[in-house]
Design a protein around this ligand. Structure first.
Ligand code: ZN
Length: 405
């Protein structure tokens, strides 16, 4: 799989089964690109926690914790030994729950860029990415999805989704990451419809114009076919960052490549843009296939339009063989903690949609997706009802069986 782009989009969360739940983060981060340091002050609000337990939060290796405070009282904590996970140096802050008052905790910490030894995300002066992969904020996936408000103090260009004019970053829906970038050298281009803002670094003009033209083309196609989206701005960052991790967050895409910008990167771009339409279903349950497979299917339709059916079939064969080889479980009811769940909700589900397209035709498929979006469908049950309405009960039953295979 090394050759493929690794898209980390949905991450498991176990909201229902957890004792601890983080509701939101409020705080401030000050970044000094000249001295290569940052300092942060974050208040974490818990929705619930188990009183006999210990809060465990990951934080960047090398980070110095200045204080942990709850209700104006300094509380004690311990730090675990640092470890290296996917090339990222990290450790955990352990805080006894019994010391936390009013479900609120404020952590103040700082770090020097030289301490951040992350192979995939390098803290350079011209282009510095802050996200969950770099552990710059204290986090734990098992504590569920959260909202955030973060004030960013920096004299350089701040690149982020939903950033206000006074540099305040706010989530638009519960999420698992607080992504942003600081750059002293970003190049900015905006598509004529002003919907897509592209920031790039060390990327050739031809790649930028390719990303710009393709983004606009896909956006226009999806809008014409599926109907308008209420998202008014999408931020795309493109960087030749010598790594294969691309990722998407609400209204934000980070597209990365190593020297060569390929058709696969363009397909990732289409997939991430399609999420502006397909992100209504619950992320933590198997219904997430309505987000991932529909985005992947939409991207495959774009791939076919750009490069022809043969090219799409060839592309799919690789993934089809991969899915077969891993003996992927059915899409229906897939447990999100299953090790194959990402492959199933994204690729296996998209193949099922291609099977459906073969059965009902491209036009009916477009109609189905249009109605899915317009009726804000979030569950498979509602999708099957819609399918029955548009194409008959037999087709709907047939598709239900397909999803159970
Ligand atoms: Zn996706």
């Amino acid at each position: 799989m090394k050759k493929y782009i690794f898209v980390i989009v949905t991450i498991l969360c176990y909201q229902l089964s957890i004792a601890q739940k983080i509701d939101r983060y409020n705080g401030e981060i000050t970044i000094d690109m000249n001295n290569r340091t940052y300092q942060a002050n974050l208040t974490i609000n818990f929705g619930s926690y188990n009183n006999v337990d210990t809060i465990k939060l990951w934080i960047q290796g090398g980070a110095k914790i200045n204080s942990v405070i709850s209700q104006r009282k300094v509380i004690s904590y311990t730090l675990t030994e640092e470890e290296l996970v996917y090339g990222s140096r990290k450790k955990q802050i352990l805080i006894p729950v019994q010391d936390i008052k009013d479900k609120t905790l404020t952590i103040t910490y700082n770090n020097h860029f030289d301490e951040i030894k992350n192979e995939r995300f390098q803290y350079k002066k011209e282009w510095t990415e802050f996200n969950i992969y770099t552990d710059y904020f204290p986090w734990n996936f098992e504590y569920g999805l959260f909202d955030y408000t973060l004030i960013i103090n920096s004299s350089d260009t701040i690149i982020a989704p939903n950033l206000s004019n006074d540099n305040i970053l706010k989530s638009t829906k519960p999420t698992f990451d607080i992504p942003f970038l600081i750059s002293t050298e970003a190049t900015k281009t905006i598509t004529d419809n002003e919907k897509i803002h592209i920031y790039s670094h060390q990327v050739s003009d031809s790649i930028i114009s390719d990303v710009q033209n393709k983004s606009k083309k896909y956006y226009t196609y999806f809008e014409d076919t599926y109907g308008p989206t209420d998202i008014d701005k999408l931020v795309i960052v493109v960087s030749d960052s010598k790594r294969s991790v691309s990722y998407a967050r609400p209204n934000f895409i980070s597209l990365n490549f190593d020297k060569k910008f390929t058709k696969t990167h363009i397909k990732v771009l289409a997939h991430e843009i399609a999420h502006l339409w397909w992100l209504k279903a619950e992320l933590s349950t198997w219904e997430d296939w309505l987000n991932e497979s529909f985005a992947e299917y939409s991207a495959l339709v774009m791939y076919r339009r750009d490069y022809g059916k043969e090219a799409m079939d060839a592309y799919n064969k690789r993934f089809g063989d991969w899915i077969k080889k891993m003996e992927a479980p059915p899409v229906w009811g897939i447990d999100k903690s299953h090790e194959r769940s990402n492959a199933v909700v994204t690729y296996k589900g998209a193949f099922r949609l291609l099977d459906l397209e073969e059965k009902i035709g491209e036009q009916q498929m477009e109609k189905l997706l249009n109605q899915m979006h317009n009726r804000q469908i979030k569950t498979t049950e509602a999708l099957l009802d819609l399918l029955a309405e548009l194409t008959g009960q037999d087709t709907s039953n047939w598709f239900e069986l397909k999803l159970k295979q």
